[in-house]
Design a protein around this ligand. Structure first.
Ligand code: SF4
Length: 407
């Protein structure tokens, strides 16, 4: 940390006499004028060292403290923060602006993200790495926040570190738009800022609180976003109606919420959904993983889909789940009717698995939307017959085609 006696934006060097400064170069994209000014001040003040830093910045090193303010004045560049507890830099690879492998605009997003978090105070220094493709030249998995471009959107990673105790960051969300990435990164950093200890880097923070707790908190934070808030209200309404004793996981706020075009209805929440608190393709079970892959392969973007269950509450006792029955379906049907009213852009409903399909007649009485039926994506179902997976994929692709139709 710089002391009050030190010149602004300057870092005292090992010799305890000279200083270094790091002008801010957003995205590592220096302009010709920047270079001209840098050359001028290097000559004028006889600066002995120009160092290209690991964070894509130029450090000017070896000046006496009394000239630092004059150098800043001549440079006309912003101060790049290098020792304070805040965002230090966003390292962004060239991405699809230049690189032949790039599939996303990492430079553009990197510059936006840097502006977005520039003045936020953190428990420790924060570094962000943005890569335009899965080759990850922006070192995204070893940055506090990593952002990786893939064909279907951005993956967001949190808690990476490349220092003395390296840590590979955890994937928080996938297939997101640039705006969703900013929202997610903001929620991650706000939660870290509120709960991290002073000088505790994100890697140690995640090790202390646990990644599952962190993910849950971020998803809960996302629940106040406009696309999901009405569904959260609806969820509270079901809970109030049914009273204590019903475990009802929430909608996944990373999905499309009220903007969804395709509703995937399964049977009832499993224990993993109850534990995570969300009906999510990111739950740690094979069915969710298969569902996620099939949805990506069928061409749906995340914002077009919503996952829910015919019966929204856990059926069974403790962790011993049972199948849904006719009484469960009758009780849940008015809630499904309410849900459909909250989804004005919905084009198609997909009944996933036999149990969900057993409610088809009743559903067709409450909506005129097309109903598609598919096998369940569990390993047990898919492994029963080699044609099942291709069949599910075809049904999902059919749904995607219908979802493209105007109302
Ligand atoms: S991460 Fe991909 S897009 Fe970025 S520089 Fe590397 S290869 Fe190119």
């Amino acid at each position: 940390m710089t002391s009050d006696n030190e010149p602004k934006g300057a870092i005292l060097q090992r010799d305890k006499e000279t200083y270094a400064i790091v002008p801010r170069i957003p995205g590592g994209l220096a302009k010709l004028e920047n270079f001209k000014e840098i050359v001028k001040v290097v000559e004028k003040y006889n600066i002995p060292i120009i160092k290209i830093t690991s964070g894509h910045r130029l450090a000017l090193v070896g000046m006496k403290g009394e000239v630092v303010n004059d150098i800043w004045h001549d440079l006309k560049m912003d101060e790049g923060r290098a020792v304070e507890l805040c965002l230090h830099y966003v390292q962004a690879c060239p991405g699809n602006a230049v690189c032949r492998f790039g599939v996303q605009d990492s430079l553009g997003l990197g510059i936006e993200i840097e502006k977005f978090f520039l003045n936020m105070t953190m428990p420790a220094k924060v570094k962000i790495g943005v890569s335009g493709c899965p080759f990850c030249c922006g070192e995204s998995f070893v940055r506090d926040i990593g952002i990786i471009g893939k064909r279907r959107g951005w993956t967001v990673v949190f808690g990476g570190n490349s220092g003395r105790r390296p840590r590979i960051g955890d994937v928080i969300a996938e297939n997101n738009s640039g705006d969703e990435v900013k929202t997610l990164a903001k929620l991650c950093l706000e939660f870290y800022a509120a709960n991290g200890k002073k000088k505790e880097r994100t890697a140690r923070f995640i090790e202390r609180i646990g990644i599952d707790e962190f993910k849950k908190a971020i998803k809960e934070g996302m629940c106040s976003q406009p696309h999901i808030a009405p569904l959260i209200k609806f969820h509270h309404q079901i809970k109030d109606d049914l009273g204590e004793g019903y475990e009802i996981p929430l909608f996944d706020p990373c999905d499309g919420g009220i903007k969804s075009k395709a509703l995937f209805l399964l049977e009832a929440p499993g224990p993993k959904a109850v534990k995570s608190g969300f009906i999510s393709r990111n739950n740690p079970d094979p069915s969710a993983k298969n569902m996620d892959r099939l949805l990506v392969e069928s061409g749906f973007s995340r914002g077009e889909t919503i996952l829910w269950n015919i019966v929204p509450w856990y059926v069974g006792k403790e962790r011993k789940i049972r199948s849904i029955n006719a009484k469960d379906i009758d009780t849940s049907m008015p809630y499904l009717e309410c849900l459909l009213k909250l989804l004005p852009e919905l084009r198609v409903i997909i009944l996933v698995g036999k149990k969900a399909q057993s409610a088809k007649k009743k559903i067709s009485k409450i909506t005129k939307l097309p109903l598609i039926v598919s096998y369940h994506p569990s390993n047990q179902s898919i492994n029963r017959d080699k044609n099942r997976r291709p069949d599910i994929l075809k049904k999902f692709k059919d749904a995607k085609e219908i979802s493209n139709n105007p109302i």
